[in-house]
Design a protein around this ligand. Structure first.
Ligand code: C2E
Ligand code: CA
Ligand code: CA
Length: 411
């Protein structure tokens, strides 16, 4: 209410003025009470309901309806204990005499429970954290206000916050590693079992500021999800071609996001020209999963690489779904037999059949095979007997750090 003008106010009696001030305060208080009511009833995230001294519902807010399925109209005048609080978490009945929550309106006691359950309208159990505060008049309990929060919501929120925190931390760590040149390639030998040139697979590592070496399984999923993997792949390609220029035969991995990227072909061409590396010493490992997104783009990309004189290996062969499709359409030189088929080769008849079948298939198409994950001599002998061409694994040599190969760049 606006103040009366000064001239007018002088004419007012003191009593009338006092009354006007009172009225203004009351109007203000009323507006405020309405705001608070709306906030509690409509906007509050916690469920809230009020019961009378018999535990019968007087009012409940929108969040309580969202969490429990019941509307205020469904429950007004009904005992909340009978409808939403009559059972324990395991479904056994909870008699009112044993109900802590009801002591708020029965005995006028404040109650807090970190681990309670309510029953949803659909019969399901809703784990909650809740508090009940008694409403008293002249020291006698007149009812209670109950506020509650769904525990699974709380867990989900905490989990979401944790996931976001982890993603942000990894994104920062990857960006910093790129900026500070704290990436490294490890090399693992690829050994010919008959004849053929020895080679090595280059495997990416991130070096933390404290010197800890981080395996790609930890950071690549974040790099892929947050659009940083392209930059990592470009770094790997550049380093790998430099290493090839130093006289090594290298195999490098490309992520699914990069397969099909024509800009990468340009980078490969540029690096091959600048370093004068022998293109056939650079073998790109591509997984079936990377090709699954867009087989046409994948095939064009693969042909682009082989047109430059590089070679192609199908990584993790046999673990995807479309192996045969890719065999028919891609200019592949090698099939890499996944570790899953190699690990228990001696004891698993099924794996022996599968490895033999893959070798037959590869030979039929004129491709060579590389077995991954060879961890002992017996497996190695068996693979040789099956006609596998190359082997790789801890038994033959673990991935080891390489020193950077700074070959002179041709102009
Ligand atoms: P992958 O291409 O299948 O690489 C083989 C993985 O098997 C490597 O793990 C290697 O350290 C591990 N390994 C080698 N021999 C053995 C063995 O005898 N036994 C067992 N149990 N494991 C063996 P790593 O280095 O942790 O790499 C994991 C994956 O990360 C790779 O799987 C590849 O998919 C990806 N990756 C690695 N480096 C790069 C990279 O430069 N770029 C991209 N885009 N992906 C990479
Ligand atoms: Ca690989
Ligand atoms: Ca593999």
């Amino acid at each position: 209410m606006s103040s009366p003008s000064w001239g007018f106010e002088r004419l007012l009696s003191r009593k009338l003025r006092a009354r006007l001030v009172q009225l203004e305060a009351a109007t203000h208080a009323h507006a405020q009470a309405e705001q608070i009511h709306a906030a509690v009833m409509e906007n509050m995230a916690e469920g809230l309901y009020v019961v009378d001294r018999d535990g019968r519902l007087v009012l409940m807010n929108a969040a309580a309806t969202r969490l429990l399925g019941w509307t205020e109209k469904d429950l007004v005048g009904r005992r909340m204990h009978d409808v939403v609080h009559h059972q324990r978490a395991n479904g056994t009945p909870l008699p009112i005499e044993e109900c802590e929550l009801s002591s708020a309106y029965r005995e006028g006691r404040a109650v807090h429970s970190h681990n309670d359950v309510f029953t949803h309208k659909d019969g399901s159990i809703v784990p909650v954290r809740c508090s009940a505060a008694p409403l008293t008049e002249r020291d006698a309990a007149q009812g209670a206000v109950v506020v509650f929060h769904e525990l699974s919501d709380e867990h989900a929120e905490r989990e979401q916050a944790r996931v976001k925190f982890r993603a942000d931390a990894w994104t920062r760590a990857i960006r910093d590693a790129l900026a500070d040149d704290r990436l490294a390639l490890y090399a693992q030998p690829i050994v010919p079992l008959e004849d053929g040139p020895p080679g090595e697979e280059l495997l990416l590592r991130l070096i933390r500021r404290d010197g800890a070496v981080i395996a790609p399984g930890e950071f690549l999923p974040f790099a892929e999800k947050y659009g940083l993997v392209g930059e990592l792949d470009r770094w790997v390609v550049t380093e790998a071609i430099r290493r090839a220029a130093g006289g090594r035969r290298v195999q490098l991995n490309l992520s699914a996001n990069t397969v099909g990227d024509p800009q990468l072909l340009t980078l490969v061409a540029e690096q091959l020209r600048q370093t004068r590396a022998t293109p056939s010493d650079v073998v790109f490992e591509i997984t079936e999963t990377a090709l699954i997104h867009d087989i046409d783009a994948g095939a064009a990309f693969a042909h682009g690489l082989t047109d430059l004189g590089c070679e192609l290996a199908l990584d993790d062969f046999g673990t995807g779904f479309g192996s045969f499709t890719y065999l028919k359409r891609l200019p592949v030189s090698y099939l890499k037999i996944d570790i899953e088929f190699v690990r228990n080769l001696r004891s698993s008849n099924a794996n022996q059949h599968l490895v033999r079948a893959i070798v037959n298939l590869a030979q039929g198409f004129g491709h060579e095979t590389i077995a991954e994950g060879v961890e002992d001599e017996e497996t190695l002998l068996m693979l040789r007997e099956f006609g596998v061409d190359y082997a790789q694994g801890f038994h033959l040599g673990p991935p080891a750090p390489i020193s950077r190969n700074r070959v002179p760049i041709a102009s």
